[in-house]
Design a protein around this ligand. Structure first.
Ligand SMILES: [Zn+2]
Length: 256
């Protein structure tokens, strides 16, 4: 420090910010009293020598799996279904590594041996033409499995729907085209969807783990609208399905 120097004056002169100066001199603050003859570190130390090494090294490395898309007429246009999940492989690499101060700066692979082949992920892309987004008057079952529990008395109460037991995540499809009336949480039903198909027919899908549509949306018959789950009052993953005619529950088994 010379007479007349200030901390900010020094910053200006050295072309560093106060923050940078402080980083190199942690003890100073903006209010530090400085004296003639005080010394500051104004530059960080850097190694004087760069040690460059060249070595041939063998090591294992991950081989990322590929994703393959296949067309499928089993699914509607816009639908994508993972048919097989992928898994990474492993390779034994022999490479020439150039290092500077222990850090690799360039690498040239001399040999690559696949120890474990990666398994490609297969995604099916639907090609089936999407039906009109309105009721056809004919319902289909919402989940592609048999009925697990029917309509009628159960445990002293009336069971107003059909239960389709299937693993969590299984597609729930609209029984017919129509307009989504509601989609969201509904107490004991958990995540629930209701659809108006016109002709005074409505359907209800409950205990979903996920919902893919929202109120007011038009859907087509067979569209994936939700995923099977066990939300609300439920003892295991299943889709509880109800049918209403003129506002009253009817046995869905007479419709699907
Ligand atoms: Zn049920």
């Amino acid at each position: 420090m010379k007479a007349g120097d200030t901390l900010y004056g020094i910053c200006d002169k050295l072309d560093v910010t106060f923050k940078e100066l402080k980083k190199m001199n942690p003890k100073i603050t903006e209010n530090s009293v400085i004296h003639i003859g005080d010394k500051f570190v104004t530059q960080q130390a850097v190694p004087l020598l760069t040690v460059r090494t060249v070595e041939v090294s063998t090591f294992a490395e991950k081989v990322k799996y590929k994703t393959v898309y296949k067309k499928s007429s089993s699914y509607y246009q816009g639908e994508q279904v993972v048919q097989r999940s992928g898994s990474n492989g492993k390779a034994k690499i022999t490479a020439r590594l150039v290092k500077e101060n222990g850090k690799t700066v360039s690498r040239k692979d001399l040999n690559k041996e696949i120890i474990k082949e990666p398994i490609s992920k297969i995604v099916l892309k639907g090609t089936k033409k999407v039906p009109p987004k309105k009721g056809t008057g004919q319902l289909q079952r919402p989940v592609a499995v048999g009925v697990y529990r029917g309509y009628g008395p159960r445990w002293g109460r009336w069971h107003y729907g059909l239960d389709y037991a299937a693993p969590t995540g299984t597609a729930i499809r609209a029984a017919d085209g129509g307009t989504v009336i509601s989609a969201g949480w509904s107490g004991a039903y958990g995540l629930r969807i209701m659809i108006d198909h016109g002709g005074n027919i409505k359907t209800l899908y409950a205990h979903c783990s996920a919902i893919y549509v929202s109120a007011g949306q038009q859907v087509y018959k067979g569209q994936t609208i939700a995923a099977v789950g066990s939300t609300g009052r439920s003892t295991g993953p299943h889709c509880h399905f109800e049918v209403f005619k003129n506002g009253s529950n009817v046995n869905p088994a007479n419709y699907v």
